[in-house]
Design a protein. Sequence first.
Length: 449
Amino acid sequence: MKHRSRTFGLSIALLIICGFTPWTSRFAIGQDTLRWSQVADRVLSQTPAVRKARAELQFAKTLEHLQFGAYLPALSLGFSSSRNEQGPRQVYLGAEPFEQSGQSYFYHSTGLNLSYVLFDWGNRHRKSRAFEEQSHSKQWALVQAQREALQEAFSTYCDLLAAQEALQLIEEEQTMLERQHTLVSRLANRGLQPSVDLKRVEVEQRNLQAEIYRQRGEMKNNRQTLSSSMDINVSGTAHFAPVKVPKDSMLYGDKSITAIAENAPGIRKQKMIVHSAQTEARIIHWEQFPQLSLAASYQRGNERFPEVYGSLPQNWNTVLSMQLSFSLFNRNTERIQQEKQSLQVSTASWDLKNQRRQLRLQFQKLLDDYNVQVHQYHLQQQNVHDYEVIYKYEQEAYQAGSNEYRDYLSALRAYVTARQNAIKIKYQMTKTHFRIELFTGRWDHFAEE
């Protein structure tokens, strides 16, 4: 009975451990099917560039929240204690000198100081807005980093799927060549075809074996790249789910292209940079005008320590003052800062215009490439169907002894090449479609989740 209880308890413990096994360990043993959404979620959480952009955004938000301290008064408490050593000297009373021995003087003080800027021409508000604009800039920088990480990971994911399909196609071709080898052997033994055709089949088989090694190596590299992007160990037996292959063309008007490009994170980020630079320029401008401040202090001081910290009703004084500060001459330092900031505003504005032009052209090129790839894919599928008909015809002609093996092999190569081209174009089209989705913000909401 005790043995059963221990066994039952061990089984429960194993179930608990297995139930709480991390997501990464399940992939390590290769018992799951990886979907693109899972890969994307993991990539966004582990990509160094995204994590760096997220940390910079958090830092900018922290500075924005701490900026409220500019509206509060500055309060300081100071303690000081000094000793002044005076050496021996001669003191004259009339014409008679007298020797005076050295003495030591002590002075102790403490004070509470308060200062507050009453009027600074709105610069505190401008500085707060500048921090807010910088925070928004970092927010769009994070979105841009997420898009770039997703684009790179999806490209690798598609390359892996393409290598899998290409490997499957080559293995089918290898099976076909094995059947050909048997068929050619029979025809050569009967004298219906020359025996040199066996050598041709064997050469093709070795070529296919080399291609299989190449495709497997490419698959391994793609798996390692995805593993590195997700920071997990994806085993060689893990299955990657296929992605949806789009097949329809896309049409966008000039206004839609302009609107999409205007909402791109790079443009939104650059806009915030321009606004922040303009705000900094206005801050520098208004810092040249007088600033009104209020200062208050409570001070205590005496030569004897107990008088300062023991006799509280005595040895104190308070100060309340209004200060109006205005710089008369600072060697053109503020003018130099203003000119530098003006240049920064102009540079940021021209960068914004340049990015707008480039993004519009980039999105238009993506649309053109995608529409061309859609038509190419449809045409290639028709070619695959026709090459299959030609291949079967040449196969029957060769088996009947009315055709040479070279014609049959040429038809087989054309059929396989057409299928390989269809796979290549299909995933090129899928990658382009995904980039268009990224451009339109389709995956931004997924990144936020």
